[in-house]
Structure formats: C-alpha cells, structure tokens
Design a protein. Structure first.
Length: 261
C-alpha cells in the first residue's frame, strides 16, 4: 500500500471541503425545478438529498453496524425515522430554523458518538454502560430531521398551507425512499462482510473511521459557519495572490536563465 504523507492527506482533506460544504446545499437549479415542477420534484430531491447526505448515512451505518437481527434493524431504523419525520415536518411547516452549518456540525457529533459507542468507548473510558440506544437514536433522529428542515426551508414552498404541507410530505417521502435504498445496500454489505474472517479484525478500525469522519465533518461545518458569519475575514486576497504569481514567474525566468548558462 502506498504511503500518504500527513501533508498530502491534509491537502486532500482541504480539497474535499467544498464537497462536504455543499453536500446538503440546495442549488439554484433545484430551486427552479421546484418552481417549474410538481410534488414529484420534491420526492426526487428528498431522495437524492438523503443519498448524498454523508452525515445521515454515516450515522445510519453506525446504528446498523452490529445489528444482525432483521427485527432489530427495523426497530432502530423506525425509531430514527419517526424522530427525523417529526422535526422535518413540524419545523419546516412552522418555519422553525437555525444556522444550518451549526445544525450539521451537531449532526456530525452524532456520527462521532455512534462510532465511539460501537467501539465500547463508554465502557473503556468512563467505566459505564452505554446510554439507552433506542432513546439516543430517537434523539439524534430529531436532530437529523431538523438538519433536513433547515435545507428544505431554502426551497419555494409557497404560502398556501395545503400545498405547503403536501410539498413537505413529498420531500419527506423522498427522504424515506432514499434512506431505504441506502440501508438496503449497507445491510447487504455488512451481512456479507460478517461472514468473513476480516469482520472481527477490522470492525474496530471501521468504527474508528466513523469517528474520524465525524470529526472531519464537524470541522468542515464549523469552517463553513465561519465563512457564513464572518465572510470578510475569509476573502481571498486576489491582489496579493497576483503579486505572488508574478514573483514566482520572475523567479522561474531567472532560474531558467541560470540553467541556460
């Protein structure tokens, strides 16, 4: 396996920041489709939103990681679904919102939590049993639903209460369809992996990866929040950048002249 230096890894993570930042964003094209299309557009957007929602998918992966009984999978996923449906529908309808960067940062903490819990972190580090999983999944479901709501509220939902609730429900239906599709893939892959000798060896590393991914998502969202509330401090110094390139060009020309001699 090729070694990747910390410097290169850092550059790679920085390069991925825009992908994380805009993973939940609603583009202008999506907004226009909402205006031009019907409820089916909200269903499609809800599905695609869930399928590209890295934080939601990582948390669900953590929830089902060690579940082998189909009834348990249905139970925990249903609890999570009820939770995010409640906040998605009611927060959107009553226009209850908050800065979506901060909401997504807290959602990233849920990914860290699940990886930590899966690796027995409470037992190892705090000498205590894990908090009730059903209650925690429901609580995090409420949080994830609020995150979805902050994005949905960027869409043109209209002023008519009936049409508004139908658009919200259509988006929510799309989210559930996307979640079912993603879970089907996760459960199938995990089921196959459990039958190999590698699962026991690498399950700890896999959940450690969940923790690291959650930490990365957390800092990416906080980074986005800083841009959102303090954009002036993050403006790209265009003039300074131009001078740097001019200096580099001069230096390169000088070096080439010396080499020619």
């Amino acid at each position: 396996m090729r070694y990747i230096s910390p410097q290169r890894l850092g550059v790679l993570l920085l390069a991925l920041l825009p992908l994380i930042a805009f993973a939940h964003g609603i583009s202008d094209e999506d907004k226009q489709r909402m205006l031009d299309g019907g409820y089916i557009q909200y269903i499609m957007l809800g599905a695609s939103h869930m399928l590209t929602g890295y934080d939601h998918l990582l948390f669900l992966l953590g929830v089902v990681f060690f579940l082998t009984n189909f009834k348990d999978i249905v139970k925990f996923v249903t609890v999570f679904t009820i939770g995010h449906c409640i906040t998605l529908i009611f927060a959107t309808y009553f226009k209850i919102t908050w800065n979506f960067w901060l909401v997504d940062a807290i959602i990233a903490v849920s990914v860290i939590y699940k990886g930590f819990d899966n690796n027995g972190g409470f037992q190892r580090h705090f000498n205590m049993s894990s908090p009730n999983l059903i209650k925690m999944v429901f609580a995090f479901g409420l949080l994830h639903g609020f995150g979805l709501s902050t994005r949905l509220q960027q869409l043109p939902l209209g002023d008519d209460p009936v049409h508004m609730i139908l658009r919200i429900l259509s988006f929510n239906l799309g989210v559930e369809l996307g979640q079912i599709l993603a879970l089907a893939v996760m459960v199938a892959v995990l089921s196959i992996w459990r039958k190999t000798s590698h699962f026991g060896k690498f399950s700890y590393a896999a959940n450690l990866g969940l923790i690291l991914a959650g930490i990365y998502l957390l800092f990416a969202q906080l980074h986005g929040y800083q841009h959102d509330v303090n954009g002036e401090s993050f403006r790209f110094p265009t003039e300074e950048h131009r001078h740097v390139h001019e200096d580099l060009d001069i230096q390169n020309t000088t070096d080439n002249s010396r080499n020619a001699l």
